[in-house]
Design a binder for this molecule. Structure first.
Ligand code: GRF
Length: 187
C-alpha cells in the first residue's frame, strides 16, 4: 500500500472533477488522499457530495481574497495538507499564497493550453473554427492558466458540435485526465 499524500480539492461549482477524484482516490494505489474540500461557493454541489462521503468540507467567502487565502492557509497547515488540486475553482490565487505550495498546486482547464486560457473556452474554440480541442492539467503559478503543463488530452471537433456538446465531451475527458495527471506527478 502506498503512503498517500494528504490533499485538498478547491471547487466553486458542480464539482464533477472533484467527484471523479474522490472515486479515483478509493483505489489503494492512487497517490493522494482527499482530506479536505474547500469551496468559495456555499451552494456548490460538490460540497454536498463530499459531505455525503465523509470528507471534511469548508466554505469560505472569497469576496476578500486575502482573507480567503489566510483562512485556507491556516486550515491547510493545521491539517498538514501537502497537495492542492483546483477543480473548477473560479478564483486566481495570489503569488503570496502559491509560494507556500511551490509545484504542489495543480489545475485542470478545458482547452489545449496554452491556447484559450480563461473563461468561455468552448465558445471561443468554436468561433475560431479549431479542428481540435481538449483539456490540460497544469501546475498553478500566479498567471491565469499559465503554469507548466503536466498532461493534455486532445479531441477532434466534429461538425455537429456546439458549445454544450463540446463542454460535455471535454468534461468526460477531464474526468479521466485529472486522475492520470495526479498519478504521473507522483510516479
Ligand atoms: C471544468 O471544465 C474545469 O476544467 C473548469 O471548470 C469546469 C468545472 O467543472 N475549470 P466541475 O465543477 O468539475 O464539474
Amino acid at each position: 500500500m502506498v503512503k498517500k499524500i494528504s490533499a485538498c480539492i478547491f471547487i466553486s461549482g458542480k464539482g464533477s472533477n472533484l467527484i471523479s477524484l474522490i472515486k479515483s482516490s478509493r483505489d489503494y494505489n492512487f497517490p493522494i488522499k482527499i482530506d479536505l474540500v474547500i469551496s468559495n461557493n456555499i451552494d456548490a454541489y460538490g460540497l454536498k457530495y463530499a459531505k455525503k462521503h465523509n470528507i471534511p468540507c469548508i466554505y469560505y467567502s472569497s469576496v476578500n481574497l486575502s482573507r480567503f487565502e489566510r483562512n485556507c492557509l491556516m486550515e491547510l497547515k493545521k491539517r498538514k495538507i501537502k497537495f492542492l488540486c483546483l477543480a473548477g475553482f473560479m478564483k486566481l490565487l495570489s503569488k503570496n499564497f502559491i509560494k507556500n505550495f511551490k509545484y504542489k498546486i495543480i489545475n485542470i482547464h478545458p482547452s489545449l493550453l496554452p491556447k484559450f486560457k480563461g473563461l468561455n473556452t468552448h465558445k471561443r474554440v468554436l468561433k475560431n473554427k479549431e479542428k481540435y480541442t481538449g483539456c490540460t492539467v497544469h501546475y498553478v503559478n500566479p498567471k491565469l492558466d499559465a503554469g507548466d503543463i503536466i498532461l493534455k488530452k486532445k479531441i477532434l471537433i466534429n461538425k455537429y458540435d456546439n458549445e454544450n456538446s463540446l463542454k460535455k465531451r471535454v468534461l468526460k475527458q477531464e474526468h479521466i485526465l485529472y486522475s492520470r495527471a495526479i498519478r504521473s506527478v507522483f510516479k
